[in-house]
Design a binder for this molecule. Structure first.
Ligand SMILES: [Zn+2]
Length: 315
């Protein structure tokens, strides 16, 4: 097979190429995450092949993060470790490839909570312009770095935007524990030994997942006049042993970081009765890449948090 002819064939049928700026600006990445050849300001994104696109519609491949990982690697060769990429960067790349593949109009059915409460029909269809949304994503600058720092006693905590792997780990751990699949227990079940054991196990998983989730926002620790700790396992072990006020302070910062990225991951739309509704564009490849004309009702999830149900970044 002649590779150059294949290139010509592909070039002749390409929809469009667009470039994207990484919203994190690569400020939190070392040489293990991205190659130094990668310019965070100018990443060309091509359309996805049908095979790549199909992988993004497979529920199991989505949950495990494998589909997104291989698609991002294929689209952006300068990325070495997709798991360590900021979610917001992964999202920007996916959005750009969605535009290159299927155009900028994203048709979706949204549910208005206020209309529902007032007894009106709550579902309505909107078209979100993804290109306009992508243009709205203001990348971070060096001036934003002090925001990602906090001091707890004599410990400096250096934060970062949440990374892709931590969202996947959270989703996988919760799915494995079936944490949110349980129906409300009946009174007789509550006194059942088997139920209590199951409940304890689930509650342990939820606590562990919360610690792992917060750890995903921490880039490194530095003891005043002392050494730096970059190892994620050590950071997680520190969090597991930390008292509540420390966790509360971390949770507060995590909440502020989420708020910082909220606009980038949500689109503002209006229902027919004039209520403002936020639509999450949060890593939901299944609906982002669904064929044109097909839409499904979006849950309105808080931005920056994984769409896994109930992990709260507040305490
Ligand atoms: Zn409404």
């Amino acid at each position: 097979m002649d590779a150059s002819i294949l290139d010509s064939l592909n070039a002749a049928t390409l929809n469009r190429r667009i470039t994207v700026t990484l919203p994190s600006k690569g400020l939190f990445y070392d040489e293990n995450v991205v190659s130094d050849k990668l310019d965070p300001d100018d990443i060309p994104i091509r359309a996805l092949s049908m095979l790549e696109e199909n992988s993004l519609l497979d529920p199991l491949l989505i949950l495990s993060g494998k589909a997104t990982e291989s698609v991002i690697k294929a689209l952006v060769p300068g990325i070495k470790k997709v798991g360590s990429m900021a979610i917001i960067d992964v999202q920007a790349v996916l959005m750009a490839s969605r535009i290159a593949t299927r155009g900028e109009n994203y048709e979706v059915t949204v549910s208005c909570e206020k209309c529902k409460q007032e007894g009106h029909k709550s579902d309505f269809d909107v078209t979100i312009n993804l290109l306009a949304h992508l243009a709205k994503m203001q990348p971070l600058t060096n001036d934003d770095l002090p925001f990602f720092h906090d001091k707890i006693g004599k410990l400096h905590v250096y934060f970062r935007p949440p990374i892709f792997q931590s969202v996947i780990d959270t989703a996988m751990a919760l799915a494995k524990a079936n944490v949110f699949d349980e129906d409300a227990p009946t009174n007789s079940e509550i006194f059942n030994e088997e139920f209590i054991q199951k409940y304890l196990n689930r509650s342990t998983v939820v606590s562990e997942v919360s610690v792992g989730y917060f750890a995903g926002y921490i880039r490194y620790l530095k003891i005043e006049d002392g050494e730096e700790v970059h190892d994620q396992e050590t950071i997680q072990a520190w969090l597991e042993n930390a008292p509540s006020p420390v966790i509360d302070q971390i949770a507060q910062k995590v909440k502020e970081i989420d708020a910082r990225f909220e606009d980038m991951l949500t689109a503002d739309v209006e229902c027919k009765r004039g209520h403002k509704v936020k639509v999450s564009l949060n890593l939901d490849t299944e609906s982002l890449f669904s064929p044109a004309g097909y839409s499904k009702t979006r849950k309105n999830t808080p931005a920056g948090t994984p769409d896994t149900g109930k992990i709260e970044s507040t305490s």
